[in-house]
Design a protein around this ligand. Structure first.
Ligand SMILES: Nc1ncnc2c1ncn2[C@@H]1O[C@H](COP(=O)(O)OP(=O)(O)OP(=O)(O)O)[C@@H](O)[C@H]1O
Ligand SMILES: [Mg+2]
Length: 513
């Protein structure tokens, strides 16, 4: 393109320093109207920080933002919005007591003409339109607290788009939504492009990136590395730009054999409409993968095993003994850990330090005598995990709230691993985690299996399930639709079982609905 291109947005030499750390170094980026610009980089590379600067949420230490050729300065997100920049945040933080409609129109409520009285009817009507625009069939009067994470994320998307902004920033918008919702989002993105809007899209998912990117820019350790046409760069080349070291996304080889000892056995677990007749076993040292579409009941089943979702019927046995698990505390006492992708629910205490969050559950293990805690031991254990999980933090004392999203996820992992569980359930453990860190986590899971931990791995990423599991159980609409041994499992077989098309002729797309 010629030099006369009017960019919708230019970032010029943006730097950002927090006390003691510089997280962005002279980053310059240009955005073209009517395109999707993907921003990539490892966890902690500075992607979200840069986006918050553009949106007016964070102020840069130095550097300029130029909008359609004019220099601008934002002091608040409101300024950003006024100038046509909206953002879908990586961390969802809805106000639970608000309705969807109130949340969508927060700060710009519809009012009766000439008054300050809120026009709820009109607001609800407008909200209903927005929701149907994103294919969400929910009453706009529903409280935010009653939404699933996926629905919350869709509402965030609707909200960001509703401002009719010229520039829409999407920071990992698909971390919690289903495949079908991803399709809805992608077609929305195409509409936005045709209206000449620019989208900045952040994701760690390669397949997604290549489907929608026009250009891809890479950040590494707060430095701008380059911008590439998506059609001109391969995934391997991209990874290279991101990590600057040799990296093959390999699944570790598992050496130890699965033992004969059944550690966990569940029998006929049922829960009203969520799942029915779920029975399976997990042995010591075994990794059992659970595949299935989102909404197929996988998460609900493991939540029941962990005691946080009541069962209507069914039995749970641990090492042959029947147990009743009524809450998370009891589950932990039975040495079960459940690690989910939902960081908020995982009870990270954001203002507390990395160390304090890590040792939250296992403080007792560091006790010497009745009351004294061996701080040295606690410190060194925390240090160990920071280094083995490659957590990017200024130190053990940095607050978890100021870590990047992916690094917060790693702290969750460390916290549970410190409890030395015997039954370890992972629900989408690598969501939002960069490619390098994924490999680390896979290695860690395999190591735990070698040590005899019984592992359940729920994942929507088929390569992950295939690469890691000894055996794969597939869910379809709340039931187990099949089981595959490692040797026989393929993506195709799993998909057939997951969509319920295994025994049926596929006559049209979406036959699984
Ligand atoms: N308020 C803060 N105080 C100190 N450091 C911070 C603060 N906010 C962010 N950082 C640091 O800035 C760095 C960049 O974080 P950022 O959230 O931008 O990363 P990211 O590229 O979005 O990563 P991810 O892929 O994990 O979301 C991190 O090392 C983070 O700890
Ligand atoms: Mg981020």
């Amino acid at each position: 393109m010629s030099d006369q291109t009017v960019y919708s947005l230019e970032m010029r030499n943006i730097s950002k320093t927090y006390p003691g750390v510089q997280v962005l170094h002279n980053v310059s980026l240009k955005l073209r109207p009517g395109t999707v610009h993907v921003l990539m980089g490892e966890n902690g590379a500075g992607k979200s920080t840069l986006m918050k600067i553009i949106a007016g949420i964070v102020q840069p230490t130095s550097g300029d933002i130029v909008l359609f050729g004019k220099k601008v300065k934002f002091n608040s997100p409101r300024d950003g919005l006024r100038h046509g920049i909206s953002m879908i945040h990586q961390e969802l933080s809805p106000i639970p007591d608000m309705t969807i409609a109130e949340n969508l129109f927060l700060g710009r409520e519809h009012q009766y003409k000439g008054t300050f009285v809120i026009h709820y009817k009109k607001m609800n009507e407008e909200a209903a339109k927005l929701l149907s625009g994103i294919g969400l069939k929910i009453d706009p009067g529903t409280k935010m607290r009653d939404l699933t994470v996926a629905e919350t994320q869709m509402v965030e998307i609707a909200k960001a788009i509703s401002y009719n902004s010229d520039i829409i920033i999407m920071d990992e918008p698909t971390s919690a939504i289903t495949d079908r919702e991803v399709e809805t989002l992608f077609s929305l993105i195409n509409q936005l492009k045709s209206q000449n809007k620019s989208i900045i899209y952040i994701s760690h998912k390669m397949d997604e990136i290549y489907r929608i990117a026009d250009e891809i820019s890479v950040l590494r350790d707060g430095h701008y590395i380059g911008t590439y046409a998506a059609s001109q760069i391969t995934p391997d080349q991209l990874i290279n730009k991101m990590v600057d070291r040799e990296l093959k996304e390999v699944f570790p080889e598992k050496k130890a054999k699965v033992s004969q000892e059944v550690v966990l056995k569940v029998k006929n677990l049922s829960h009203s409409k969520k799942f029915r007749d779920i029975s399976f076993e997990v042995r010591a040292g075994e990794i059992v993968g659970i595949a299935g579409l989102m909404g197929s009941g996988r998460t609900e089943v493991v939540e029941s095993i962990f005691g946080i979702r009541p069962l209507d019927s069914g039995e749970i046995y641990i090492r042959g003994t029947k147990v009743k698990i009524r809450n998370a505390k009891e589950a932990i006492r039975h040495r079960i850990a459940l690690i989910t992708e939902d960081r908020k629910q995982q009870g990270l205490i954001l203002p507390l330090s990395v160390k304090d969050n890590m040792t939250l559950l296992s403080l007792k293990d560091f006790q010497r005598g009745k009351i004294i805690i061996d701080r040295k031991k606690e410190q060194s254990k925390a240090k160990e995990y920071v280094s083995s999980l490659k957590i990017k933090t200024a130190g053990l004392q940095q607050s978890v709230g100021s870590l990047s999203g992916g690094n917060q996820q790693k702290v969750v992992l460390a916290k549970w691993l410190m409890k030395a569980p015997e039954i370890l359930i992972f629900d989408e453990p690598t969501r939002g985690v960069d490619i390098g860190a994924k490999a680390e986590i896979y290695k860690l899971i395999a190591d735990l299996a070698e040590q005899g931990v019984a592992i359940i791995l729920i994942s929507s990423e088929l390569p992950e399930v295939l690469g890691m599991s000894d055996r794969i159980i597939v869910f379809h609409e709340g039931k187990i639709s099949g089981e595959l041994q490692k040797q026989e499992a393929t993506q195709e077989k799993i998909m057939k079982l997951a969509t319920g098309t295994n025994n049926r002729e596929v006559t049209s797309v979406g036959v699984n609905e």
